[in-house]
Ligand binder design. Sequence first.
Ligand code: SF4
Length: 383
Amino acid sequence: MARAARAPAAPAHLPDPLMSVDLLTWYAERARELPWRGAGASPYRSWVSEVMLQQTRVEVVRGYFNRWMLALPTVEDLANAPLDDVLALWSGLGYYSRARNLHAGAKVVVAAGGFPTSFEGWRALPGVGDYIAGAVCSIALGLDEPAVDGNLERVLARVHSHPGGRAEITALARRLLPAGRAGDWNQALMDLGSSLCGPKSARCEECPLLAHCGAGREGQALEFPLKKAKRVAPARVAVGALLRRGEAVLLGRRQPQGLFGGLFELPGALLAEADPAADPELHPTDREDALRSALALAVADGAGLRLGVGALRGTVDHTLTHMRLQLYVFEAEVLSGAPAARVDGPWDTLRWILPSERASIGLSTLATKALDLPLRPAQGTLF
Ligand code: SF4
């Protein structure tokens, strides 16, 4: 298959062969011991770990990865697992589309009779971009592929006093790869970028690349890569109903696609930006009333339940990559209608969930925060 859509031509920086020697020597002495490395490396383990590591720190991933591998040790186990179980294992890691894509990708792999053996094959799996494909191919398959994430981009931009940019740095990385050692080379740069050459500090005097590094030698490490103007994520308002039956709470599982897809949440809605109830200029009392009405309407439309919406229990702030959310949680009761499985609303099922079931369902971090709001009067948390 052609590689036409790959990175453009590399900038005219000359590869420095001694840089690889110094980097790989440092890595041989200092490599982090991680459960998906060394004897623990395989296409499946490498893939799962790289997906988990996107947006999440190594220390957090370690525990999730070990639990995942105990529950789903093979790609066949993952492909055959119910999505609810997969999302429950992912619960708390955030960015749940990653788990849904892993699940869908495992089904593709099993249907194909095995893992892809090329960059392009990996790239074709759901949710696998250039970085993950490059990382798995180089680490688990021994292919000469670069794997440029934010760490590698930063380190190589500094070494070459380059302004940065994923495509140009990827092309540069491809030129620099030592043949047959791409996996170690990529992982060495990942380790260097997360230990010595950080976004906000660089310990150049301890760095094995100092003799090869333009920015390090000039004392300009933090000048590279050039900073991009930061975009402020828009703020959005959401409403959620806290409906109780004894110890159980009514939760809805979102349809598989879209924001929080497949995860359980309080019945409610993300309000449109133009919704009058989301107007920050409203007087607080008017606003609460408007939010109550919006919540009752959303649950009537989405679940066929008529609610009596009571006191505001509290608010939860939550930041996603593309928006900041403020969730208003109201005490509520069902006045008419019965929760049921639905296929055409925002949720595909509504269920009364007991505290003991909480750990076994996929629950978004936002919903977790909402359920952990203190009781009124303060008596601990709901679960
Ligand atoms: S010498 Fe400094 S800037 Fe260059 S790679 Fe090492 S830590 Fe980063």
